[in-house]
Design a protein around this ligand. Structure first.
Ligand code: IPM
Ligand code: MN
Length: 373
């Protein structure tokens, strides 16, 4: 069994607290013959800015390039609201995504039965929901040039962001979408979302996704929705979806919406994957919870570690070829919730309120039970 080299980047706010629970779980797995994991840690975001005046150092970038997977906590907070734009905390995350070529961001939205009542939607709308938002992550308006604010000299300024997509970027993300839909064996369906009624990038997106479908994936159903209508459908009847594929900005927004369907942002993991290397068959990858740094509850031991732990589960599945252990983690999370343990974000009547550490311990205890059977 190979040794898995992981780079842990806890970041800011609740990042270090939720990452601590993953470290505990990794130590437990190492001690119980469930793999050999070696971990290194680095700074990213505001904590890196405080130490080095940049959002991520060259040395940490170099380590990210050679790791089997990067586990990322969260970045940002009011403390760094006024740092220069190019070294703001988020710049560290964006650089990791861009430099590692992590174009495919898989954001599953799964509603555990035990949590269906924490959602703001009716139980029947969300109970058993299991969909994926596949977000393009290295293109579009996040990275397009020009990206500027210019002083027009007449008391006015002009801000420009550029939404840009090339054919190859749309092709490769569509392929990931169709392959995911195929492999999931659920509705075997991809819904592509764009705004072709307003945006040229939407026109090209629609055209290229359709071509890839016709050429390579006719066995998968393809649907198109305008992104605004898609947002509406996502809260009206989310179970109509299987895999939603969309661009960087729409994906950012729609995945937050999808997250809330499941009860709490604190529940959702994500995987960001690069191209498969033809020689090594490996792909660069980074795993992070969809939630942010939650500065309002940071340091209180109240954060929900489930999204971070489930992100490690996704690393086991997508990068480390340890699907069995990934399944165990998912089952341990479901069992812990079924017992009635809840962090504050998913609290409901008759359930036991616990902190970050207790939730982490309970999940490990469930892992131990599963390992014994
Ligand atoms: C996310 C976050 C990031 C994004 C921020 C922190 C830059 O909101 O991963 O969804 O906008 O992509
Ligand atoms: Mn976001």
């Amino acid at each position: 069994m190979p040794t898995h080299h992981l780079l842990l980047l806890p970041g800011d706010g609740i990042g270090p607290e939720v990452m601590a629970e993953v470290k505990k779980l990794i130590a437990w797995m190492n001690a119980h013959g469930m793999g050999t994991f070696e971990t290194e840690e680095g700074l990213v975001g505001g904590s890196c800015y405080d130490a080095h005046k940049v959002a991520i150092t060259e040395e940490t970038m170099a380590r990210a390039h050679v790791a089997d997977a990067v586990l990322f906590g969260a970045v940002g907070g009011p403390k760094w609201d006024n740092v220069p734009y190019d070294v703001r905390p988020e710049a560290g995350l964006l650089r990791l995504r861009k430099d590692l070529g992590l174009f495919a961001n898989i954001r599953p939205a799964i509603c555990y039965p035990a949590l269906a009542d924490s959602s703001s939607l009716k139980r029947e709308v969300v109970d058993g929901l299991d969909i994926i938002i596949l977000r393009e992550l290295t293109g579009g308006v996040y990275f397009g040039e020009p990206k500027t604010i210019t002083d027009l000299g007449n008391g006015q300024k002009r801000a420009i962001d550029t939404q840009v997509y090339d054919t190859y970027e749309i092709e490769r993300i569509s392929r990931v979408a169709f392959e995911l839909a195929r492999a999931r064996k659920k509705l075997n369906k991809v819904t592509s979302m764009e705004k072709r009624n307003v945006m040229k990038t939407g026109v090209l997106w629609h055209e290229v996704v359709s071509q890839v479908h016709a050429r390579e994936f006719e066995d998968v159903t393809l649907e198109h929705q305008l992104a605004d209508a898609g947002g509406m459908q996502l809260v009206r009847w989310p179970k109509q979806f299987d895999v939603i594929v969309t661009d960087n900005l729409f994906g950012d927004m729609l995945s937050d919406v999808a997250a809330m369907l499941t009860g709490s942002l604190g529940m959702l993991p994500s995987a960001s994957l690069g191209e498969v290397d033809a020689k090594t068959k490996k792909r660069k990858s980074l795993y992070e919870p969809v939630h942010g740094s939650a500065p309002d509850i940071a340091g209180k031991g109240a954060a929900n570690p489930i999204a971070m732990i489930a992100s490690f589960g996704m690393a086991l599945r997508y990068s480390l070829n340890r699907g069995k252990e990934a399944d165990m983690i998912d089952q341990a999370i479901a069992a812990t919730l079924a017992q009635g343990l809840r962090t504050a974000d998913i609290k409901s009547e008759g359930c036991k309120l616990v902190g970050t550490k207790e939730m982490g311990d309970a999940i490990i205890a469930e892992m131990a039970k599963l390992a014994a059977t």
